[in-house]
Design a protein. Sequence first.
Lengths: 288, 249, 316
Amino acid sequence: MTQLVLFNVFNGLIIGAFYALMALGLSLILNLSGVINFAHGGFLAMGGYLAYSLIPYVGFWGALLVSPILVAFIGIVIERVLIRRLYGRDPLYSLLLTFGLAFMIEDGTRFIWGAQSLPYQIPSWLSQPLSYQYFFLTGYRVFMVLLVTAAVGGLFLILNYTRLGIRIRAGTLDLETVGVLGVNVRVLRNLNFGLGIYLAGLAGVLASGMLGLQPNLGDNLIMPSFIAIIVGGLGSLPGTLVGGILIGVVSGVTTVFLPSASEAVMYVMMAAVLIVRPRGLFGEEGRF
Amino acid sequence: MSLLQVQNVSKHFGSLIAVNNVSMNVEAGELRAIIGPNGAGKTTFFNLITGFFSPTSGRIVFDGHDISNLLPARRVWLGMARTFQVTEVFPELSVRENLRISVEVASGLRLRAWLSHTDDDKIRSRVSELIDMGSLGGKADRQVGELSHGDQRATEIMMALALNPRLLLLDEPTAGMGDQETYDITQLISRLHKNGKLTIVLIEHDMRVVFHLADRIMVLDQGKFLAEGTPPEIAANKAVQTAYLGQAA
Amino acid sequence: MPKFDKRAGDILVWALLLSAPFWLPTVGSYVELGTRVVIYALAAMALNFLLGYTGVLSFGHAAYFGLGAYGTALTMKYVYPSTPVGMLAGIVLGTVAAALIGPMIARLRGVYFAMCTIAFGQVFYFIAFQWFSLTGGDDGVSAWHRAPLDFGFATLDILNNNKAFYYFVVAIFALCAAAMAFLLRSPFGRTLLAIRENERRARFLGIPVDWHIWMSWVVSCFFVSVAGTLFALMNDFVDPRALRWDQSGNFVIMAVLGGMRSFWGPLIGSAIFLVLQDYISSETENWMSFIGLFFVLVVLFFPRGVLGIIRRKAAS
């Protein structure tokens, strides 16, 4: 029984880490620019598919390195050309735009890579279990947790110790003042968007290794990201991180006792937060 | 008993003390002006009275009710109406529609799905009455957002009046206006005060307006109470002069 | 817009709607498309009650549309094969769900509100997908059909006669449109406009804004669930796609495309969108990309919608 619980908690941690990674990207964009990037799932899928195509040329590690950067670059271009025009307007329009982009990306990936599932090759030494007692600790899963930790750590370092990061944080609190202080707000938003998309692309590459590739890969992961942000709190990155991991773990534990409710429990958490504390666990008052 | 009693009210924003232990009693029928240099906490004080937020300490009693923590909509129902420093109206609707909404809500009809002819007529005539009172005759069917600053303010004041308030709070009603508009708004406020026997509290920077209209004046400086009295008393008050003009006064 | 033009516009709309089965074939179209346009128009107009008139960003309306559809389908398949009963069940299901969810989100605004509506929308999609034993999961609810309407003195065969079904749909649409128009012109409707125009001022006039938003939400979801019941009847089928996020997006784009600030805007948006979608999906497999592109273009170049542009021209 304990094995089962441990397995599911660990699983939940991994899944939660994913949700957190994706939700962090979404949260970055939402906090600074007020845009819900509904196409986030699409960028995630793009990350996985591009990596798949790159593997024959640069191998597993090369793809892992390059693909998210490529996707981030595409994101930067899209922000510059399309999303930037909508900042002053009603948030309705940017949401509709990202909706449209989500359609286009999902269909586009289907067009280029086909609608069937594609297998994603991971190096064989990673897929071995690390211990026979805890068989679920495959190398790949541990690797994923390590990588997500590294990514989140990297994000933390960027946000606290680089000029860009500090400006992003300041901009989240008061964009107008930041602009008045001489920072180029447009470029800031653009780079922030790219950073968020980088995280989505990275999550995509990791997800492909675990789940395989299909056009609606992003679909399943975007909702938990939303819930992670709602639960963790609007406007708070640490909140999003905690939110993602929390829903992953709770979902994992629920699998032990009531498997069919494991996904539903996330929505129950969301409802509970909205009723009891609408701004979320770490959310700021007045953000909405 | 005074209509409005503000008792030792303070408002802290973290470590910033915006309003520091201020008290004020306003009698029914009075026109009170609140003045003070920039940053004195006047608008914050207003916001406390009207329910924008709750005081950190102290009480606010209106018409015998303790309203310190009541929501704004509730205070409106008790008889308090306000205008804002930046005019808050319904910009894409016409003056007439703006007033109509105010009258309907004030008449308790906000949930009605239909109106009888009699009700409809009553509302229309009340709206016309307000339009005339505010001298908005020729512009009643134009979008408020397109009118001059003065007319927008007049519309806002008439909307507040539509609520049949016992107490009208005006936050810098002549802000950003030229001489003619300032004169018109001052005349309007004066008319409303005398005809309706309204109690009015207003924040103002324009001293001509203050000294023309006010029965009593209260002075705030850096969140603290500085002085209170009739216009002549305040004009002669050394501390007030210093606060406004600096030590050299 | 001058009163005369509004009247003329209304008359034109009804004239076109009532005569559609006769002129649709002559332009190379077919009655079923007309039926679909009217049903989606009802859904989009219901959404617009919230979006265009109250200023509230709901992106999860497909949930209540779908609940209306599933309620009807399941009732007619398993309980009692009567169209009115099925419709009633669907409407009750959609409206009650909305009424219960409303309080959880009525305090929220802007993008946060939108996020939560999307998330709640997804809950029902997920339930429809997972609850295989009841809903048939991805396969949907099939092997049932709409039942002819028996009025006692006559029977309207909406099952076999496409024209009859079209007029049935138009009749329901007319009732709903009239009700919505009525509400929008009432004092209550005006409070919604007030909230859209300036929430702070509405609050300081004494309007309990959160309550009114909740009421507007329930009214809107009521009408969208009616559209959902008609949707199920039209297809004699329903599957989780009726509840998906893209369906919600479709309703919004129809309202925006036609013009959010006008009553008939969503109808025009529905017509344009469905005709376009019909045409594109018959030409290419990748119609989804084109629809996505269409969303992008509308947002960038037609934010005020068709009627919005016409109004602008008329005013200048």
